[in-house]
Each structure stands twice: as structure tokens, then as C-alpha cells.
Design a protein around this ligand. Structure first.
Ligand code: UP5
Ligand code: MG
Length: 190
């Protein structure tokens, strides 16, 4: 996979910050393939895989699934996509995810998008989403916020220290957020 020199952008931000919504916009305009780690894990559960129950239980608790599982799914999706430009949405979620992805794939992200959004707004959005996600209940939402603050923010700090983070004010409207993203994608990579 590394030999193909893929362009990888990590799309990070709290639960409900708008990662999936904006990745769909970026795909339309800039020809990336969108890989949501959460969506891949949900599909793995629904496929009846041997890990399905474990994944489901962890997601219902807002916990981070072991990185071997997630990285395997991401690598497979990248290879099968036939594309060489990827938005990896919602991964890496902790330091271990980050280090394992780098060690296994030898891929470093081009840059890292950080969707910064106040918690009250993210909570409102998730509670309004109504897509039947089992983790979209208030107890699990609170656990997801806690895991984000404790485990995922440090990953963003890691990349900030390396000058790789492009921060977005994700509290704005969908259109305004996409305008800001267009500037980043037209000035940073093709
Ligand atoms: N919306 C979007 N943008 C808006 C805007 N600017 N203004 C107003 N409304 C806006 O958006 C959420 C809702 O808000 C939608 O209704 C949208 O219309 C509206 P969405 O784009 O879906 O937000 P997103 O950031 O994608 O939220 P999501 O809930 O998917 O984020 P999470 O990070 O919580 O979920 P994910 O699927 O990535 O992970 C779920 C779980 O999987 C994790 O908790 C974890 O248990 C597990 N997981 C792992 O273990 N490992 C991984 O690597 C990844 C996931
Ligand atoms: Mg999402």
C-alpha cells in the first residue's frame, strides 16, 4: 500500500462535529475516497463477522475498538477503492491507533483536519440525527465525549506540534464550513 504513495488526510473532531457530512462534500469536489472508520466498523458488525459482537459492545460503550481490527478494515478499503486519495474520517482516535497505523502501513497523513465544535452543539446535532445509530443515546454520547477529550484530543495535539493540523470552526453552517474546507483543499493539495 505504501508503495502507491497514497495521499491520506485524517479528518478528526468530536462526535457530531460534522466529519461525515463534510467528507461527502469533499468527495464531490476533490475526488477523494471517504473512509469512515466508524462506518467500516458498523458494516463489519452487520456482516456477521466473528468480531461483530465485540465491536458492537465496544461502540455501544463509546470505547475505541482495538487498532488491529480498524487498521485491517481501512487497509482493505484503501486497496479495494482503486483510488489514491483518501479522507480517513474518525481515525486515529488515540495514540495507539496513530502509532499502529504508521507502523503497519508506513503512511503519514498529508495533513489533519480538526473540526472544532462546542460540545452542546455536537450533542444537539447527534440527538437530532435520527439515523438509528445505537450509540446516539444520551448515555453513550456522554461517554463518546469523554473518550474524545481524554484519548483523541492528544492525537490532534501530536499533529499540531508537527504543524500538520488545519483547524476548522465546525460550529458554523454546513455551507460556511465547506467554504473553509475548499480553501484548504485548493491551496494545500490539488
Ligand atoms: N450537521 C453536520 N454539520 C452541521 C452543521 N455545520 N450545522 C448543523 N448541523 C450539522 O453530523 C452529525 C449531524 O449534524 C448530522 O445530522 C448532520 O446533518 C448535522 P455528521 O456529519 O454525522 O457528524 P460526525 O462528525 O460524522 O459524527 P459521528 O457521530 O459520526 O462521529 P463519531 O466520531 O462519534 O462517530 P464514528 O462513526 O466516527 O465512531 C463511532 C464509534 O465507533 C466510536 O465511538 C467508537 O466506539 C468506534 N470507533 C472506533 O472504535 N475506532 C475508530 O477508529 C472509529 C470509530
Ligand atoms: Mg461520522
Amino acid at each position: 500500500l505504501a508503495e502507491r504513495k497514497p495521499i491520506v488526510v485524517f479528518v478528526l473532531g468530536g462526535p457530531g462535529s460534522g466529519k461525515g457530512t463534510q467528507c461527502a462534500n469533499i468527495v464531490q469536489h476533490f475526488g477523494y475516497t471517504h473512509l469512515s472508520a466508524g462506518d467500516l466498523l458498523r458494516a463489519e458488525c452487520n456482516s456477521g463477522s466473528e468480531n461483530g459482537t465485540m465491536i458492537q459492545n465496544m461502540m455501544n460503550e463509546g470505547k475505541i475498538v482495538p487498532s488491529e481490527v480498524t487498521i485491517e478494515l481501512l487497509q482493505k478499503a484503501m486497496l479495494e477503492s482503486g483510488n489514491n486519495k483518501f479522507l480517513i474520517d474518525g481515525f486515529p482516535r488515540n495514540e495507539e491507533n496513530r502509532a499502529a497505523f504508521e507502523a503497519v502501513t508506513k503512511i503519514e497523513p498529508e495533513f489533519v483536519l480538526f473540526f472544532n465544535c462546542p460540545q452542546e452543539e455536537m450533542e444537539r446535532r447527534i440527538l437530532n440525527r435520527n439515523q438509528g445509530r445505537e450509540d446516539d443515546n444520551i448515555e453513550t454520547i456522554r461517554k463518546r465525549f469523554k473518550v474524545f477529550e481524554e484519548s483523541s484530543l492528544p492525537v490532534i495535539e501530536y499533529y499540531k506540534a508537527r504543524g500538520k493540523v488545519r483547524e476548522i470552526d465546525a460550529a458554523k453552517s454546513i455551507e460556511e464550513v465547506f467554504d473553509a474546507l475548499k480553501v484548504i483543499f485548493t491551496t494545500t493539495v490539488g
